[in-house]
Design a protein. Structure first.
Length: 416
């Protein structure tokens, strides 16, 4: 069923009795050409592009819970491509371009809203670093503007411009950035993948891998053994635990990242704003709630909940840059498990085991990377070669000394 304005009108006039399920609920077959472990945004996007763009057949997505139950439904919905390093910027710009045409590609309303992102600078050095990053963005084909204090004050008069300790000096603006509805993205990719023949199998947990002579022949699941010619893992914060079943130890730590939503307010925030003197970022949802977050919890965990000191730290950052936020009531909060790599950048690569592929280490960048991650992973699965925009996202880059350390803070995953 293709969605359209005419179809909505027709359904409304006929009692909404003609809607069909968004995707099928098939039982797993005994074997597939491709098995994608993880039914989050990246797994579903991989299935979509593998089937639609690369003509892949006989594909299954295995999800241990339900579609949208993982990090794809637990993020702050920000979409951007304001990176500086060669190994990152072209990839994220590719992703943003895919975002811009995503709703037409999927025939699904992902509520993509290009309202812009503004990164605030609070020192001369930070302003110069933003100018350097902005130039790198422009060289890769992205958009970037360096705003002075007056331009920021005109755009966001509610910010704390009188903060003597952290004065607002400048800001890097990317107007094409914005937000999208996270669960709608998952549903849209799932629906499109299903329409292209992909089996989406929910409540099917992978409990092990079948190996023979150094080759992966399939997966053992809660629904039995399923064979596959190629097995692709993309399970975000559970990466270490799943790949351990294949005998692999990854350069990844799992940390909790908390997010928060306030009560509904009148339109206040024009786009996405990030605080340069502390880790705080905020946007406003279509329902009016302020969606914000900050630093990771400072310990390794697989729990989807955080601790109160980080709540205090995030709220302190918000109060510092926009004191008015102190009058808003907190509506809800949650946590997602981040797969933090040692240099803060992801992996899309073949493993040392034939037939087994890995996608992970997305840190804070998982949601915004969803389309390009799926596209590049599908390219890898279909051709056994890396996509040009993901060629540096290799598992062996630490051995080769080719880190992609966007922040320059070294091998400390909790700081990326």
């Amino acid at each position: 069923m293709r969605y359209s304005a005419f179809g909505i009108l027709k359904q409304g006039l006929t009692g909404n009795k003609g809607w069909k399920p968004v995707w099928r609920e098939p039982e797993p077959k005994k074997s597939y050409d491709y098995i994608i472990v993880g039914g989050g945004g990246h797994g579903l996007a991989t299935a979509h592009y593998l089937a639609k763009v690369y003509g892949g057949k006989n594909i299954a997505v295995l999800e241990k819970g339900w579609i949208g139950s993982g990090n794809i439904g637990r993020n702050t919905t920000i979409v951007r491509s304001n990176y500086g390093l060669e190994g990152n910027q072209p990839f994220y710009e590719m992703s943003l371009k895919l975002w811009e045409g995503l709703e037409q590609d999927l025939n699904y309303n992902a509520m993509m809203s290009q309202r812009g992102i503004l990164n605030l600078a609070h020192s001369d050095g930070q302003r110069d670093a933003y100018a350097k990053r902005g130039n790198a963005m422009l060289m890769s084909g992205a958009d970037a503007e360096l705003l002075d204090r007056a331009a920021i004050q005109k755009m966001c008069p509610f910010l704390n411009f009188d903060n003597e300790r952290f004065p607002i000096k400048a800001g890097l603006l990317q107007r094409r950035a914005g937000t999208a509805r996270h669960d709608a993205v998952a549903w849209g990719y799932a629906r499109s993948a299903d329409l292209h023949g992909v089996d989406i199998i929910q409540n099917c947990e992978v409990t092990g891998f079948q190996m023979k002579n150094g080759k992966c022949l399939g997966v053992q699941t809660s629904k039995g053994m399923i064979k596959a010619k190629k097995t692709a893992v993309c399970v975000a914060g559970a990466s270490s635990r799943v790949m351990e079943k294949a005998g692999m130890r990854l350069p990844i730590e799992s940390h909790v990242l908390q997010a928060f939503v306030s009560e509904g307010l009148k339109p206040t925030i024009p786009g996405v704003i990030t605080y340069g003197a502390g880790h705080f970022y905020v946007s406003q949802s279509d329902k009016g709630g302020l969606v914000f977050g900050g630093d990771l919890d400072g310990y390794n965990s697989y729990a989807q909940r955080g601790n109160l000191p980080v709540v205090e730290d995030v709220c302190s950052g918000g109060m510092s840059i926009m004191p008015m936020i102190g009058r808003a009531r907190l509506l809800r909060m949650w946590g997602g498990v981040m797969d933090m790599s040692m240099d803060g950048s992801p992996f899309i690569d073949k493993t040392g085991i034939e037939g087994l592929y890995f996608n992970g280490g997305w840190c804070y960048g998982g949601f915004k990377a969803t389309p390009a991650s799926g596209y590049c992973y599908a390219h890898l699965l279909a051709t056994d070669t890396s996509h040009e925009n993901a060629s540096q996202m290799r598992l062996d880059r630490f051995i080769r000394g080719n880190m992609i350390d966007e922040k320059g803070v070294g091998a400390q995953p909790n700081l990326h």
